[in-house]
Design a binder for this molecule. Structure first.
Ligand code: PLP
Length: 385
């Protein structure tokens, strides 16, 4: 008889009535929410301890990060990526969707455009659009089950007005981690066309199977002049609701333009966000390593399930994130998300990411929840025919 050790991630939390967007969406209906990208896991214990202590202090005035918080970020970047970032380069933001909007506004004149690879996290297209800037799209292509950049599509998509490339690495929703040679090609492309590069690396601490992340800004001297990088503890440590994110902008003139576009519009990060950020980056590694093992197990469960139980759907090489990009084209559904919802499963709609033949499943949840979601996925598929 084998005794299975329970993981802390197996605990199923109750998330109704906790201001959760994910769970409110289907409240009162028997629909399991596996859409927006936060996890059904408690944050690491050292983060909770730090937050309790901060709350016990009882005063929550206008905030500014302590030196120890800034140091925690810089130390994490050096420890994990051998990246020596200076404190002046950090711009604190209440969210990176904010950052995508600010960047579009700060670095593009009216009439200028951004370039990005589709499918893509929707705010990469919506941010520029909200700022009345155009978006050129270069669809990714498949290379043996892995999504890669299509360089012909990139050359075709570029126009004389394109000034900014929006990179998502690791990629949401394609779950790719671009390797060094791919990043070098991206940088060469940006140099050739004189583009700034906004590298959204919010998922960079969610690499599975021992993979290593390379911040594109670290590749060369030129990179540090044209690249600015977005990071946050929010995805990895499940802190999205605390709104604490960081833009790393080494070039002073770019940083000044970015900061100028935030003034009077972008709210400051709150006290609890700073507290959680410092604790996560200082004391979160052990929890994160356990999380990555658990997520890899969930990823394997989805891949095996789809292969064996629902071969009408298919998945791709999955290297990072807790978001699975599932091809449902063969099901021939006019509205896949509505169909899965009617069978008790709430997924993200691929059409918002630029591909109506896919759905995105958030597997940042206890395995029993995931299994229930997969069972519903199968029933929904069996109901067609
Ligand atoms: C690539 C990417 N950037 C940004 C965000 C959201 O960032 P924030 O919550 O800081 O606005 C997400 C959330 O899923 C994401 O996947």
């Amino acid at each position: 008889m084998s005794i299975e050790t329970k993981s802390i991630f197996d605990e199923v939390p109750q998330r109704y009535q906790t201001d959760s967007q994910k769970w409110q969406k289907y409240e009162g209906q028997d629909i399991l929410p596996m859409w927006v990208a936060d996890m059904d896991f408690k944050a690491p214990a050292p983060v909770l301890d730090a937050l309790h202590e901060r709350i016990d202090h009882g005063i929550f005035g206008y905030a500014r990060p302590e030196k120890s918080t800034v140091d925690a970020v810089l130390e994490m970047l050096e420890r994990n990526y051998n990246w020596k970032v200076q404190k002046e380069w950090l711009v604190w933001l209440p969210g990176l969707v904010v950052g995508l909007n600010v960047a579009s506004n700060a670095f593009l004149a009216p009439g200028e455009s951004v370039l990005t690879n589709t499918p893509i996290y929707p705010p990469f297209m919506l941010g520029p659009k909200f700022q009345s800037r155009a978006v050129s799209k270069a669809p990714m292509v498949l290379d043996g089950g892995r999504w890669v950049i299509d360089w012909d599509a990139m050359e075709k998509a570029i126009t004389p007005d394109t000034k900014l490339f929006l990179l998502c690495n690791p990629h949401n929703p394609c779950a790719r981690v671009f390797d060094r040679s791919e990043l070098e090609s991206i940088l060469e492309f940006c140099e050739k066309h004189d583009l700034l590069c906004c590298s959204d690396e919010i998922h960079c601490e969610l690499l599975l199977d021992g993979r290593k992340h390379t911040p594109i800004a670290t590749l060369s001297e030129d990179a540090s002049k044209r690249v600015f990088t977005f990071i946050a503890p929010s995805k990895t440590y499940n802190l999205a609701g605390l709104g604490c994110s960081i833009a790393i902008i080494p070039d002073a003139s770019l940083r000044n333009r970015f900061n100028a576009a935030t003034r009077g519009i972008v709210a400051e990060v709150n006290n609890l966000g700073y507290t959680a950020c410092e604790a996560a980056y200082r004391h979160g590694d052990q929890w994160r390593n356990e999380l990555l093992d658990y997520l890899a197990g969930n990823r394997d469960l989805i891949h095996n399930f789809i292969k064996n139980e629902t071969p009408q759907a298919s998945v791709y090489q999955h290297e990072a994130t807790y978001l699975s990009w599932i091809n449902v084209e063969k099901l021939g559904l006019a509205d896949p998300v509505a169909h899965f919802e009617s069978h008790g499963l709430g997924l993200s709609d691929g059409s918002f990411f630029g591909d109506k033949n896919h759905v995105r499943m958030n597997f940042g949840c206890p395995r029993s929840t995931l299994q229930e979601g997969l069972n519903r996925f199968k029933k929904a598929i069996e109901s067609i025919s």
